[in-house]
Ligand binder design. Sequence first.
Ligand SMILES: Cc1cc2nc3c(=O)[nH]c(=O)nc-3n(C[C@H](O)[C@H](O)[C@H](O)COP(=O)(O)O)c2cc1C
Length: 202
Amino acid sequence: MAAKVAVIYYSATGNVYKLAQAIEEGAKEAGAEVRLRKVHELAPEEAIKSNQGWYDHALMTEDVPEAQLDDLEWADAYIFGTPTRFGNVSAQLKQFIDTAGGLWFQGKLADKVVGGFTSASNANGGQESTLLSMYNVFMHWGSIIVPNGYTDQSIFAAGGNPYGTSSTGTDEGPTEEELAVARYQGRRIAEKAQALVASRVA
Ligand SMILES: Cc1cc2nc3c(=O)[nH]c(=O)nc-3n(C[C@H](O)[C@H](O)[C@H](O)COP(=O)(O)O)c2cc1C
């Protein structure tokens, strides 16, 4: 049985979205069934329209389905992505996470394989603190956190972040090296989830 992986992200101007697509690609390469989902936007329309890049991206991703609590229940593994916002998780992703209290209470979020990814403008702009903030949640959920570590050469080439895929966001989007790590993370999480699923069947 294929592992089920939910890639759930927020992206205002597209950098995190591009990482999410590469993660989806990697997870599919590993044989997983993948749901790529954006979280609900919270910002007012005037704010979005005042930033051309934000507005263009919102229009471009109109057809990406919005994450639902059912996606969390469905998946064997989650990979969450967010832009770095003052060294932390975006309000939009956090808001979705905070709707998961009921599932958490029922024990339905435990024992899932989980990883995170992020993008920030600066090379040392808080990518690691953002991922660690996200991982605090996963510890409460009883997740099986699978960081990238230094388990693949691609990680060194992309700046060496062992906590999860990260990019230094520019107008050109993530670099090829960063996208390679994203694909690797997708494969890695899917493979670990697959091993877990197989162990439950056995
Ligand atoms: C409110 C706000 C806070 C931000 N905080 C940081 C930050 O702490 N460090 C940083 O390097 N970039 C910061 N940025 C920049 C974004 O993290 C960066 O542009 C990211 O690549 C955006 O991802 P997206 O294109 O997927 O929306 C911030 C941007 C906004 C709008």
